[in-house]
Each structure stands twice: as structure tokens, then as C-alpha cells.
Design a protein around this ligand. Structure first.
Ligand SMILES: C[S@@+](CC[C@H](N)C(=O)[O-])C[C@H]1O[C@@H](n2cnc3c(N)ncnc32)[C@H](O)[C@@H]1O
Length: 257
């Protein structure tokens, strides 16, 4: 995910500066853990995300193309987009779906998404926390792109995954984009207590007995790297009718991307 630069502190500062950075990181992470909606609203009010940038637009297009290869280029059916942000991807989905229900934990994001999506009769927007709210269904396709990173704590993460899977009809698909935590957070001694890494997200998904991993690719692609961008993995999972053994080679491959 690309985000705008927040402060003027140097990356490799002195002891005091690095303690200051750690304190700020811990504060931001604790806010997200304790008050996830407030934290997301704050992000939107500061306009820290830019989902219009070429790199994010490219990620959206790449994800849609991976979905189209599996499900066909049009008629995605009844779709749920979790963490719709300001609706940039929602309108793209609406062009090839029967209906799109788009939800976000941030009231600020939902209000902006409502404005952007007002011309699309097949989009309905909901302001809700995926961890707490009932999400209805069954859906043919659920997308949770760059969302799991915002759910702090393994218990919450597992609860959210179970809920998403329950809302997909058998034979339907779950699509996720999972990002690496910024290096600074990956290395922080305290992060292990409530931040989940990309590997943990992939593990939580691939271990679900009703999900079968059918596609995984790194974005923007092997050998390409964009400075400052936390390169995600685009993953498609199919909901099988019954519990079944997963393709463990594919799961290991996804984890190593
Ligand atoms: C990084 S943005 C990604 C936006 C978009 N899905 C994309 O990939 O371009 C993550 C979004 O998920 C939302 N989000 C985080 N936790 C959530 C939760 N528990 N329930 C619903 N939405 C959530 C955030 O408010 C934010 O808008």
C-alpha cells in the first residue's frame, strides 16, 4: 500500500529520535487495536491513502483480471466488497457485477464512497465493522483487499475470516490482497503481540477447511519493486462444498511470495 509521508523525522535517527518513532508507532498501533473506527477515520481525514495512484489502480486492475480469468469477464453475480474505502474499486466492480454491497468501518470513507457511487443503482453501501456486524449473504464473490492488515489480533482475524467464509455460497470465491507490514513494524519487539504479518494472514486463510487456494501472485510482479510500496500478494480462494485437503504446495508457494 502506498501512503503519503507523514513526518519529517529521519529514518535512522539517534537513540532519542528512534525512541520517539517507536513511541509514535506503538501509539498508532494501540489506537487501531482499541478504537479501529476512530483510527481509520483519522487516516481518511488526513487523506493518508491514495487509491487513485497508478500503483493502486494497477493493483485493482490486476485483481479484477485474476478474478475474470476464473469467473469470466462479466456477470460476477452478487458481490460483497469489504473495506471499500472511498469506492474507487467499488465502481469498477459494479460495471461487471449484478449487485455490489460495499462496506467499510470508517464513516468518513463511507460518506465519500456514497458520493462517488451515487450513479450506480447496483451498489449499496454499509457502514460496519466486519468483525462485529452480521454481513448477510450468500455472495458469489467476496473481496477483502488490504483489509486484514487493519484487523489487529489473531482472534479477531480468525473471527473475520470465518464470517467471510460463511457468507460465500459453496463454489463462490474469496479474494484478498495481503500486504507485508512495513519493515519497521516487522522488526519491532512489541509488534508480535497484536500485529499479524502477511504470512499469518495467508495461514489463517489457507487453513480454513472450506477454502481451496486457486491463485496467488505477487504484485507488481516478480523482479519488479516500487520503493516505499509494501508489495502485496493477490490471492483467490474457492469455497468448496465440504472440508477438503488443500493443495499444500500452492499454500506454501503463496506464503513465500
Ligand atoms: C487500506 S484500505 C483498502 C481499500 C481498498 N479495499 C483497496 O484495496 O484499495 C482498507 C480499508 O478497510 C477498512 N477496514 C479496516 N478494518 C475494517 C473492518 N474491521 N471492517 C470493515 N472495514 C474495515 C478501512 O477503513 C479501509 O477503508
Amino acid at each position: 500500500m502506498s501512503s503519503k509521508s507523514k513526518g519529517a523525522e529521519p529514518e535512522n535517527g539517534s537513540g532519542l529520535l528512534s525512541m520517539y518513532r517507536q513511541a509514535r508507532l506503538i501509539g498508532a498501533a494501540a489506537l487501531r487495536w482499541a478504537f479501529p473506527e476512530r483510527a481509520q477515520n483519522r487516516t481518511y481525514l488526513r487523506r493518508s491513502y491514495n487509491f487513485e495512484s497508478p500503483i493502486e489502480r494497477g493493483r485493482h486492475a490486476r485483481t479484477l483480471s485474476a478474478v475474470a480469468q476464473r469467473l469470466g469477464p462479466s456477470a460476477l453475480g452478487e458481490v460483497l466488497e469489504v473495506g471499500c474505502a472511498e469506492g474507487a474499486f467499488t465502481v469498477e466492480l459494479a460495471k461487471c457485477s449484478r449487485s455490489v454491497t460495499a462496506c467499510d468501518i470508517s464513516a468518513v470513507a463511507c460518506a465519500r464512497a456514497a458520493q462517488r457511487c451515487s450513479g450506480y443503482a447496483n451498489i449499496s453501501l454499509r457502514h460496519c465493522d466486519i468483525v462485529k456486524a452480521s454481513i448477510g449473504g450468500p455472495y458469489d464473490l467476496i473481496l477483502a483487499m488490504a483489509v486484514l492488515e487493519g484487523i489487529f489480533g489473531l482472534k479477531r482475524l480468525r473471527r473475520a475470516v470465518i464470517k467471510l467464509v460463511e457468507a460465500i455460497r459453496p463454489g463462490g470465491f474469496l479474494v484478498v490482497n495481503v500486504f507485508d507490514l512495513p519493515g519497521e513494524l516487522q522488526r519491532a519487539w512489541w509488534a508480535r503481540w497484536f500485529l499479524e504479518s502477511k504470512d499469518r494472514h495467508i495461514e489463517a486463510l489457507c487453513k480454513h477447511p472450506s477454502l481451496r487456494l486457486v491463485h496467488a501472485e505477487s504484485y507488481p510482479g516478480p523482479g519488479l519493486s516500487v520503493p516505499g510500496y509494501a508489495h502485496p500478494v493477490i490471492i483467490l480462494l474457492e469455497k468448496t462444498g465440504a472440508s477438503q485437503a488443500r493443495d499444500s504446495d500452492l499454500s506454501k508457494g503463496a506464503a513465500s511470495l
